[in-house]
Design a protein around this ligand. Structure first.
Ligand code: HEM
Length: 298
């Protein structure tokens, strides 16, 4: 694999696939096998660095899986947020087709992320107890990449930035910037407004650091979008892609809740919360609420 984004990674005189430029290729030609210092694959993917990041606290085999899956999910959080920011830039440029491609990619990634919960089914409370104490106060509640996703979805609770306030590095500054920036939904509604849909002015002018609240006028807009468009039309696809995102996010929360219930029942969490009851409350919060309520009227 070679970076297509960064042509400077290419070896001079070699095309992107690593073969000698212009060399004739036969169907049976084998890949190149001799490299110095590093392989071009490792230089690009950094798999040797990735493989050093699984430092468990115990020798419990189940902890290794817990750590690797947590890291995989963190990578997905980052990737999904990247796609949403790409979609936001496209929406601001009134480029709906680019935005739709990024949103569709994000939903494909989300399905991969949510499939990861299957790896947790084996974990009984006995298995989790075997390494739980070694986690100390570590909890996914402190995941700054997850908070980025929530801010992009329009869930803006400033208290959730506090765990990062005194932490070294620029995570806190980046979180504050995401908190103070428009959400994906803000950008979608602003786009609809520019397309002539009657998004209420008070919604467009609302303080972007506040969690989006359900609004009757926004519900009217989505009802109209569905009435105006047929299957496959871009505005219908925007509505459906956002609905998919809201659904996948709720699905993530639901499977997390089930994994918690299987692994520790109703005990308190390592992060200090009441555990299940606290998570059940956050599961009830619905992203893009008018896209759901509009369905009753269509
Ligand atoms: C069986 C495995 C898991 C258990 C028992 C568990 C337990 C919990 C509990 C009890 C909480 C509530 C806060 C607390 O008091 O700690 C929580 C929150 C959270 N966990 Fe997990 N967790 C598990 C796996 C994961 C994984 C793999 C991730 C992926 C990174 C993750 C990400 C999160 C996030 C993002 C929150 C905050 C949710 C919110 O703010 O609504 N958890 N977890």
């Amino acid at each position: 694999m070679t970076s297509r984004r960064n042509p400077s990674n290419r070896q001079p005189g070699r095309p992107a696939d690593g073969t000698a430029e212009g060399a004739p290729q036969t169907p049976a030609q084998a890949p190149k096998v001799e490299f110095e210092e590093t392989t071009p694959y490792d230089a690009y993917v950094r798999s040797s660095t990735l493989a050093t990041l699984q430092r468990t606290m115990t020798d419990e085999p189940g902890e290794y899986m817990f750590l690797v899956l947590s890291q995989i999910m963190e990578l997905y959080f980052n990737l999904i947020a990247f796609e949403w920011r790409t979609a936001q830039r496209a929406l601001r440029d009134d480029d709906l087709s680019e935005a739709l491609i990024a949103l569709r990619r994000s939903n494909d990634h989300f399905r991969g992320l949510n499939a990861s919960w299957g790896s947790f089914k084996w974990m009984t409370p006995t298995d989790f107890n075997a390494f739980r104490d070694a986690l100390g106060e570590a909890s996914g509640f402190q995941s700054f990449l997850y908070r980025h996703m929530e801010f992009l979805l329009g869930f803006k609770d400033p208290a959730l930035m506090r765990p990062h306030k005194h932490v070294a590095g620029n995570h806190y500054a980046e979180l504050v910037a995401a908190f103070e920036a428009p959400s994906l939904y803000d950008d979608a509604l602003a786009y609809l407004s520019r397309q002539g849909y009657a998004v209420p002015q008070k919604v467009l002018d609302a303080e972007i650091t506040r969690t989006h609240e359900w609004d009757a006028g926004v519900e009217d807009v989505w009802v109209k979008v569905y009435e105006d468009t047929g299957h496959g039309e871009p505005l219908r696809q925007l509505a459906e892609s956002l609905t998919d995102i809201a659904e996948e996010f709720s699905t993530w929360r639901y499977w997390h809740l089930i994994a918690v219930r299987r692994a520790m029942g109703a005990k308190g969490g390592t992060g200090g919360s009441a555990g299940l009851t606290w998570l059940e409350k956050s599961l009830q919060r619905q992203a893009f609420p008018e896209l759901w309520s509009a369905r009753t009227r269509i």
